[in-house]
Design a protein around this ligand. Structure first.
Ligand code: FMN
Length: 312
């Protein structure tokens, strides 16, 4: 007789965003999901998708070149949050995102702004126009125009200011996407202002110089490094942040396999996002779902939640 293996429970709650499994996609690396439907049924497979950052008004983004491949499984990007504004986003993707939701996958809309007022305006528009959103992710790595381009969430005080302003404008769960520095301190400040969950990490600042022309390989001198090369750094930061806060975390950074996702969960993440790996392996997030479930079985537990923070 063939022995039956019961499937483990894979559902998690990311601060009130109910996910059928812990696998999410990282903002900006998955379009808004549509292009990946030819590789697998996105809405029927993933726990959540996180959309590209969207601001109240359209932004142009940076000039080309925006991406450079680095050695050692990393890329450098300087996309600059090009987006069509909330109205344009909903008009273009609303029907598709409704269908993602109806297939049981949580849609997380990412909110961008250059000032506290811009975040609030974008949140108000999303609240009104995006009924398909299970929750929102605030990207506090956007440049603050009033502070000469430093990130909006560069310090615990400035991160807290954004969260405090946005919080009364939605009753849906709010996740904050954190930059890769001071994650314990900034995480505590965000939790105190009512963040429901934290997502970390965003890209790590880096440089790549074309030695022939002596110019940057992308449009700006510094840009964001992502991909498998940053995974170990991201796991360390998730572990540090998990020890500092009591709200759930979404682990991001170089996740390309079930084992990478499992490391994030053991370090303390409730959910995990696949980012750059989507760009070179479009079926990656679906494979991570299957490999993660196999790992939970292999660990001999019946619920993935038992393994969150189970690093020994
Ligand atoms: C091309 C590109 C665009 C990105 N756009 C965004 C964005 O709009 N908002 C955001 O918070 N992060 C953005 N990111 C950062 C990713 O969401 C993720 O945090 C980072 O790439 C680390 O994960 P990874 O190593 O798995 O890619 C972008 C990354 C890349 C490579």
């Amino acid at each position: 007789m063939v022995s039956e293996q019961t499937s483990p429970r894979m559902a998690v709650s990311l601060g009130g965003i109910e996910m059928r499994n812990p696998v999410n996609t990282a903002s900006g690396t998955f379009g808004n999901g549509e292009q990946f439907e030819s590789f697998y049924d996105v809405g029927a497979t993933l726990g959540a998708i996180t959309c590209k950052g969207v601001s109240a008004e359209p932004w142009d983004g940076n000039p080309a070149p925006r991406l450079a491949e680095l050695g050692g499984s990393a890329i450098l990007n300087s996309v600059g949050l090009q987006n069509p504004g909330v109205h344009g986003f909903v008009e273009r993707y609303g029907t598709y995102l409704e269908s993602v939701k109806s297939r049981g996958c949580a849609v997380i809309c990412q909110v961008a702004g250059h000032s506290v007022e811009e975040y609030v305006r974008a949140m108000d528009l999303f609240e009104e126009l995006a009924p398909f959103a299970a929750g929102f992710e605030i990207n506090i790595s956007c440049p603050n125009i009033a502070a000469g381009g430093a990130a909006m969430g560069a310090t615990p005080a400035s991160a807290a200011e954004v969260m405090r302003a946005v919080r009364p404008h939605t009753t849906r769960p709010v996740v904050v996407k954190m930059a890769p520095h001071d994650v314990a301190e900034i995480g505590r400040a965000l939790e105190a202002e009512g963040a429901d969950a934290l997502a970390l990490i965003n890209t790590i600042p880096g440089m790549a110089i074309d030695v022939r022309t002596r110019r940057s390989r992308v449009c700006r001198p510094t840009a964001g490094v992502s991909g498998p090369a940053i995974h170990a750094i991201a796991v360390r930061m998730v572990w540090e942040c998990a020890k500092a806060v009591n709200i759930p975390l979404c682990g991001i950074g170089g996740v390309a396999s079930g084992a990478d996702a499992a490391e994030m969960i053991l370090a303390g993440a409730t959910a995990v996002s696949v980012g750059t790996a989507n760009l070179y392996d479009p079926g990656c997030a679906a494979r991570v779902v299957a490999e993660l479930e196999q790992w939970v079985c292999d660990q001999g537990v019946t619920d993935v939640n038992e393994l969150i923070g189970a690093f020994e």
